[in-house]
Design a protein around this ligand. Structure first.
Ligand code: HEM
Length: 424
């Protein structure tokens, strides 16, 4: 088998390539065209298969018995960090045990605990409340004198507030939750991580362990409080849930809160900010939606495809198999490259163009199969309501500097989108 060129392989493991985007997109394009299931073998990482075609990502995603999430690292992790984590945990590759690290049969047992909360019918009940939070965010933007950094001043706060209300976390603690989320997903980025230099960033396992300890500290109190005084919030549903006839263990409850508290906002704000950035680059797309606000649901899907904030999840094969004709051995590690699937020309016309009215739009940004994003209906509702509040009031908008993306191989997106605008 021909090997994957070094520069292509290195891009897939380099946080800087994810911040640049062009380098990463080129690497994915090469892989899709030449080695759709390509072996990435870079010093410092266990070799893994990059699954880059849309159809193959679905094939692997749909079968959680053949392809496990929890046997090896669930996200790209260096050999050093893997070894350090296993030493910290006494052998497990995971610092936490949430839905994304679970496999059958446990995965389903834990997923049902909150599934009803995130169903479209339940999420729709929140529409009035979420709209008022969206309106408040747009009002704050209007008060900013026509210039702001859309990411830090607007996009980050809105979905954070929504998910914290659902979880039942007091507003005063939101900055702490935001900081911990950014330290978790931004661990490779010196602007976001606890590490402030490249040498400190090499201690990734220790950095992550410290963040988990802080979440633990915070959520232990929440668990005790909700068990004593149940309320109508998601934290109560988790704290008082029963698995296999016994109350959920404290560690599993903690991991559940952490997953919901972190997965539920950074991703949504990145997609929102990415859409605005794309429409500043191509004002015709903005005009299209402003002229017909019924297109907003399509704009939302395209925003999520365009940014694909969760760049990958890893799987490993439980037995020898084949994907796209390529032999995969039992235990082999695989990267589901969602961003690549979302630029696959077999599925998307003109995949490198942002088209606000793209339809159909069968993107894989929420994953696929039994682990498909639990919060997808909430994320889409939040973004729809936000754009419904923003776009009718937006008289003009343009970039006011050069946007940047975060250095992160797992969850990444716009870090700063400076804009100049007029709102009425
Ligand atoms: C645009 C926004 C979002 C994107 C792109 C996104 C993406 C994803 C992806 C790709 C997965 C698949 C994990 C896997 O295959 O192992 C996932 C899972 C998950 N997401 Fe989201 N997500 C978003 C918003 C949200 C929101 C708002 C929540 C609300 C709490 C949420 C909660 C979850 C949970 C709990 C899982 C785990 C599901 C499981 O493993 O069974 N996400 N998400």
């Amino acid at each position: 088998m021909e090997s994957v060129p070094d520069e292509v392989a290195r891009a897939l493991v380099s946080p800087a390539a994810y911040a640049d985007d062009r380098e990463l997109q080129e690497a994915f394009r090469w892989l899709r065209e030449n080695r759709p299931v390509g072996l990435i073998d870079v010093a410092g990482f266990d070799p893994f298969w990059a699954i880059t075609k849309h159809a193959d990502i679905m094939t692997v995603g749909r079968d959680s018995t053949l392809f496990h999430s929890g046997d090896r690292q669930t996200t790209l992790t260096s050999q050093t960090d893997d070894a350090n984590i296993r030493q910290m945990t006494g052998g497990s590759p995971h610092l936490i045990r949430s839905l994304v690290q679970m496999d059958p049969p446990d995965h389903q047992k834990y997923r049902v605990l909150t599934q009803d909360w995130f169903k479209p019918a339940n999420v729709r009940k929140l529409e009035t409340r979420i709209r008022s939070i969206a309106k408040a965010a747009v009002d704050r933007m209007a008060d900013m004198g026509g210039r702001c950094d859309f990411v830090s001043d607007v996009a980050l706060g809105f979905p954070l507030h929504v998910i914290m209300e659902i979880l039942g976390i007091p507003e005063a603690d939101e900055p702490r939750m935001l900081q911990l989320t950014q330290e978790l997903f931004g661990v490779q980025d010196t602007d976001l991580s606890r590490a402030k230099s490249d040498s400190e960033i090499r201690e990734q396992a220790a950095l992550l362990q410290a963040v988990v300890a802080d979440f633990d500290d915070y959520f232990q109190k929440i668990t005790l409080d909700r068990r004593e005084k149940p309320r109508n919030d998601l934290a109560t549903a988790i704290a008082t849930s029963v698995v296999d006839g016994a109350p959920i263990q404290n560690f599993e409850a903690l991991c559940y809160y952490m997953l919901v508290a972190t997965a539920g906002h950074d991703t949504t704000s990145s997609s929102t900010a990415g859409a605005l950035w794309a429409m500043c680059d191509d004002p015709a797309q903005l005009a299209l939606v402003k002229n017909d606000l019924r297109l907003i649901p399509l704009l939302v899907e395209e925003a999520i495809r365009w940014i694909t904030p969760v760049k990958h999840f890893m799987r490993s094969a439980t037995q020898d198999t084949r994907v796209h004709g390529q032999e995969i051995g039992a235990g082999d590690w695989m990267m589901l490259c969602y961003l690549s699937g979302n630029r696959d020309a077999d599925v998307f016309d003109d995949p490198y163009s942002f088209r606000a009215d793209r339809q159909p739009n069968k993107h894989l940004a929420f994953g696929y199969g039994p682990h498909v994003c639990l919060g997808q209906h909430l994320a889409k509702l939040e973004m729809r309501l936000f754009f419904e509040e923003l776009l009718p009031r937006l008289d003009s908008i343009e970039l006011d500097g050069t946007p940047t993306r975060s250095h992160a191989t797992f969850v990444n997106g716009p870090k700063s989108v400076p804009i100049r605008f007029r709102l009425h």
